[in-house]
Ligand binder design. Structure first.
Ligand SMILES: *Cc1c(COP(=O)(O)O)cnc(C)c1O
Length: 371
């Protein structure tokens, strides 16, 4: 290790995941919000565009600006989130496509000089979008009838695509299809999009014109299971190293609150990363790390900048040994899904939590990326 903590991001795996999804939806909007779910938005955006994605999506105007500033000036980029008027002005100046569900938002778009707009119907997510199909129709008509406004697409978002019971998912898809049908008759070029990763993997084929996928691109399973079972390859690994060893006699403790108290003689490894790096404190005492290709339990409280691992006696581990928090070593593998279960959360949150303090090293199947 040259640094205390490192996220290694395999762009070749990202491209293979992208190719897999393109088999189910020939038109793919790659969702790279939240720094590509912690994987590095600029590098991941370049890779998925080269791999055949039709467009990109981010959540905020600043995320769009970062991509444009890095030279991603060509791709169509949809800003999915709600925008203030100032954010809208910035996003449109940066060539965004934006999402609308009110007349007043369209007024703003016109006031900013126009742009491409996707009209969002709320078919059951209960967040953004309008539940009123007639209003959604009026918005589409106004966009079509206003110089400077362009209809980028029509969309909805699904609430339960990752759940085993598909009834509500089907209801949402039906509601969306019922609205889209007549629009499509009038506009054969319409781009309707609804599916996220879970919905696309569930159905195996898009019902509309485009799918918006994030999590599966990164080789994270939207159902929280083994990504390999669906042919997805995890893209990110989190590495660190054994920076100190601490023999521990019965009665000696480690960490804040003395949550680890040795009952038998043992040895602890101290790794120099913690919750400020994104190793969630909720994982204290609940997860494992791979050291010399062997699983060892995290013990004690995870600190801001360090954590402790119980090696037991005679592990043979020396200071300087490589440690893997997410990823594989030898026969062993720790997935973001495993950590998510331990922290009672979802894999999305595990990789999004990796902070700026952890450098990302992008590579292609182990080969450095040519600058
Ligand atoms: C984040 C997001 C997606 C991508 O969802 P995944 O589950 O990561 O595939 C799609 N659409 C919208 C509106 C989103 O906010």
């Amino acid at each position: 290790m040259t640094v205390r903590a490192l996220a290694r991001v395999n762009l070749a795996a990202l491209e293979r995941n992208c190719a897999l999804l393109l088999r189910s939806s020939p038109r793919l909007c790659a969702v790279v919000k939240a720094d590509a779910y912690g994987h590095g938005a600029v590098q991941c955006s370049r890779a998925v565009m080269a791999a055949g994605a039709a467009s990109l999506a981010v959540a905020t105007a600043d995320e769009l600006r970062e991509l444009r500033a890095a030279g991603l000036t060509e791709p169509t980029i949809l800003v999915l989130g709600a925008l203030t008027r100032a954010e809208l002005a910035q996003a449109l100046a940066d060539g965004a496509e934006v999402v609308a569900w009110t007349e007043s938002f369209l007024d703003w778009v016109v006031g900013c000089g126009g742009g491409a707009v996707h009209v969002k119907l709320d078919t059951g997510m209960g967040r953004f979008g309008t539940r009123d199909g007639a209003l959604a129709d009026r918005l589409v008509q106004r966009i079509e009838g206003t110089a400077g406004l362009e209809l980028g697409g029509v969309m909805t978002h699904l609430a339960t695509a990752d759940e085993p019971d598909h009834r509500f998912l089907e209801e949402q898809l039906e509601r969306f299809a019922a609205w889209v049908g007549p629009l499509r008759e009038r506009r054969p070029d319409l781009v309707a999009h609804a599916e996220n990763s879970a919905a696309l993997l569930n159905a195996g084929r898009t019902r509309f014109d485009m799918a918006r996928c994030g999590v599966a691109l990164y080789g994270l399973d939207p159902f929280g299971e083994d990504p390999g079972a669906r042919g997805l390859e995890p893209v990110l690994e989190l590495h660190s190293w054994v920076s100190a060893l601490k023999p521990c006699a019965p009665g000696e403790s480690a960490g804040y609150g003395r949550r680890f108290l040795a009952s038998v003689p043992t040895e602890l490894a101290v790794l120099p990363l913690g919750y400020a790096d994104g190793v969630r404190r909720a994982l204290s005492g609940k997860a494992e790390a791979l050291i010399e290709s062997t699983r060892h339990p995290l013990v004690g409280t995870i600190s801001m900048d360090s954590l402790t691992v119980d090696l037991g006696l005679e592990s043979g581990v020396a200071v300087g040994a490589a440690a893997v928090l997410i990823g594989s070593a030898g026969e062993q593998r720790i997935t973001a899904e495993e950590l998510a279960r331990a922290a009672d959360t979802i894999n999305y949150e595990i990789t999004c939590a990796l902070s700026r303090r952890v450098p990302r090293e992008h590579h292609r199947d182990g080969e450095p990326i040519a600058a």
